[in-house]
Write a protein of this length. Structure first.
Lengths: 254, 435
């Protein structure tokens, strides 16, 4: 589904990604871990198309299409979803209008007619229950005055509404208490299916107890330096990243 | 008088032979003559005139050889329907170049309601008492010019405790086969406890000739009366306008004024002044200007607090695209007697066009010591984070910008108390942004 080949990217002349290779097949969950500043969130931003990043080398293919040539909105319409680490507050845009616009943009792109008001409401209700999203928040301005947990839940709710084939969760767990974490994780687990892939970017192994990955990759200094199964996350929790960093530096000096 | 002024075509006629002018022969000759004398003495504003520092009206007056005219014209239902607001249940009143066209109008009737042409209302009690009584009309050059030579307009007088069950939708049609300088004049009087909603729209039939409107609306909101006044300026390339609205409020009254300027009138100047004669009043002045191309939009507002315990709240929001140019002046005068005044003012702008400009000037003169007054000004651009967030949710760049502009203007549009009008304005803003 997603193939990343030798991806290099920089922001304001600073090299951030230095040759990422990653293959994410349909239906799998891949966790990306790594110390602060290793490039995890940058990878998410580059995949979603944030324009302050410049891709200097490499390719990204998504379902056979060149992702890097697409605008952010077309990537989303093709089925890439980024759950933001810091969801943006937009006063004056109601959550419900925003969602309706987003859902119908995707439908139009796919050649489907816009949803009737009734159908849209039905879909909304169903997905709201799925991710345990408070109805009161629906008519409020987008994320305005939401708590940290509410914002993250809103991201998962949007994920449910837009039903993408690839969801990238950028530190969705950071700053969440255990209850919120459980709710968010439950939402993700209910949305899992054989057609959908997830890239779960996280700092903490804790999330991976709830969302169990098929593979864990460690990102350091703009490169993936180790790939393993879910046990790798436990090992990292125990030993930290230093042993991997050292091994990497030794490799470099050789 | 500078040589520049003399180049304005009808100006010469004015100064050469006052008596030969096209003023209607009505009972107001004395008033007209003295207004004309005042106008001749002051002349047109220049960039040196304090209230016109950023707007060169003479440049706009010289664009075309405008003819002074007060000749009535008529229009068709199809043209008037262009101003229709979907879902709005209202009494529609159609004025063509200021002249009431009765066959296209449904005028509310009933005890204590008097609505008709100004020319047919000079005998009304409210007319005798209030016409040309506002300080900001008497002595302002363009208002004086209007007083001297206005053609016609709409008179409204509601007697005590009369309210109209539906909004009045006042449709101004401007049409002429020659470049015309048109001067409508209106007077609306709400006596004690009366209530009304007036929505003004404009229609500009497609034509070669350009219309320049210099209109004056005098508004009186007496004790405990309430007026909701919406001015929707959906312009056209073949239109220019100076709009003077002069309101006075008596005690316990409420006046809510919305000024919404949309494309494409190249030149708009709105003079809005409110003078508070009685205490415990509420005044809301809300504005949106969404300008494109080379539009020049100048909003000059003046809140005049004469008495204690009054509240005024002013909020103007600007969205400027392309080379659009906007001016906002917020003058607040709190007189020494006007203790316990609350007077707030905000002017926020988004500059989208690379060459768009805003000149914003608060002018607070406060002579009372126990008051709460504030003002604020911002000018910014779209938030990149917000734009990316929307685009990452499949919303195209143009649609995302439209959403953000609607979001920016929402604290004004949310206050529109007529739901059909609110939907309409939000829809118009979205449509303009999507183009």
């Amino acid at each position: 589904m997603l193939t990343i080949k030798n991806l290099h990217a920089e922001v304001e002349g600073k090299k951030i990604l230095k040759g990422i290779n990653l293959e994410i097949p349909k239906g799998e969950i891949h966790a990306i871990m790594g110390p602060n500043g290793s490039g995890k969130s940058s990878l998410a931003s580059v995949l979603a198309g944030r324009d302050n990043y410049t891709v200097t080398e490499g390719e990204v293919w998504f379902n056979g299409k060149n992702l890097l040539e697409m605008s952010p909105e077309d990537r989303a319409r093709e089925g890439v979803f980024l759950a933001f680490q810091y969801p943006v507050e937009i006063p004056g845009v109601s959550n419900i209008n925003f969602l309706k616009t987003a859902v119908n943009e995707v439908r139009t792109y796919k050649g489907l007619p816009p949803l009737e008001a009734k159908e849209f409401l039905k879909l909304t209700k169903e997905k709201q229950q799925l991710v345990d999203f408070n109805t009161n928040l629906m008519n409020r301005s987008l994320n305005e005055g939401f708590s940290g947990g509410e914002k993250k839940r809103n991201e998962i709710f949007q994920l449910a509404m837009l039903n993408p084939s690839l969801a990238i969760l950028d530190e969705t767990d950071s700053g969440l208490d255990i209850d919120a974490l459980r709710i968010v994780s439950n939402g993700v687990n209910k949305l899992r299916d054989a057609e959908k892939s997830f890239v779960v970017i996280t700092h903490y192994q804790r999330l991976l107890e709830y969302i169990v990955p098929d593979f864990v990759h460690v990102l350091y200094n703009g490169r993936i330096i180790k790939t393993g199964t879910k046990e790798l996350a436990l090992e990292l929790e125990e030993k930290g990243y230093d042993w991997l960093k050292e091994a990497e530096h030794q490799k470099e000096s050789v | 008088m500078t040589s520049d002024t003399i180049m304005i075509p009808f100006y010469q006629a004015l100064t050469e032979d006052v008596n030969a002018l096209a003023a209607p022969q009505d009972s107001l000759q004395e008033l007209r003559r003295s207004a004309l004398q005042r106008f001749s003495a002051t002349g047109l504003p220049t960039l040196k005139t304090e209230a016109w520092r950023f707007t060169n009206i003479q440049r706009f007056l010289k664009e075309y050889p405008y003819e002074l005219t007060s000749t009535p014209a008529t229009t068709t239902a199809a043209v008037a329907n262009e101003a229709s607001i979907p879902g709005l249940d209202a009494y529609r009143i159609v004025l063509v170049n200021g002249h009431l066209q009765a066959d296209l109008s449904s005028i509310p009737e009933g005890k204590g309601i008097r609505i008709g042409a100004m020319s047919a209302s000079t005998d009304a009690p409210g007319f005798a008492k209030w016409f040309n009584q506002h300080a900001q009309v008497n002595g302002e050059p363009l208002a004086d010019l209007n007083t001297a030579l206005f053609g016609d307009g709409l008179f409204i007088e509601l007697q005590a405790n009369v309210s109209i069950d539906k909004p009045i939708h006042l449709v101004h049609v401007y049409t002429s086969d020659r470049h015309a300088f048109i001067q409508p004049r209106h007077l609306w009087v709400l006596q004690r406890g009366a209530a009304a909603t007036v929505i003004e729209s404009t229609v500009h039939p497609k034509q070669e000739a350009v219309a320049f409107s210099n209109s004056v609306t005098e508004v009186v909101v007496a004790d405990n009366a309430e007026l909701w006044h919406y001015n929707v300026q959906q312009g056209a390339e073949n239109f220019r306008q100076v709009n003077t609205t002069a309101a006075q409020q008596e005690r316990d009254s409420r006046y809510h004024h919305f000024n919404i300027t949309l494309p494409n009138t190249p030149f708009t100047r709105n003079n809005l002044s409110v003078v508070l004669h009685g205490s415990n009043t509420e005044t809301n002045l809300k504005g949106i200007y969404l300008a494109t191309g080379n539009q020049h939009v100048d909003n000059y507002t003046f809140m005049n607090h004469l008495v204690p315990n009054c509240n005024s709240n002013e909020h103007y929001k600007g969205v400027l695209l392309d080379n659009a140019n906007a001016v906002f002046t917020g003058r607040i005068h709190v007189h020494q007697e006007a203790q316990k005044t609350n007077a707030f003012q905000q002017n926020n702008n988004i500059l989208i066009g690379d060459k768009a400009t805003i000149n914003s000037q608060p002018q607070l003169e406060i002579y009372a010591d126990d008051v709460k007054c504030s003002h604020g000004f911002t000018a910014g651009q779209f938030s990149d984070d917000a734009l990316f967030y929307l685009r990452a949710r499949a919303i195209g760049e143009e649609a995302a910008k439209a959403l953000l502009v609607n979001a920016f203007t929402h604290d004004v549009t949310d206050e529109i108390a007529v739901p059909a009008l609110q939907d309409y304005i939000q829809g118009q803003i979205e449509a303009i942004m999507n183009n």
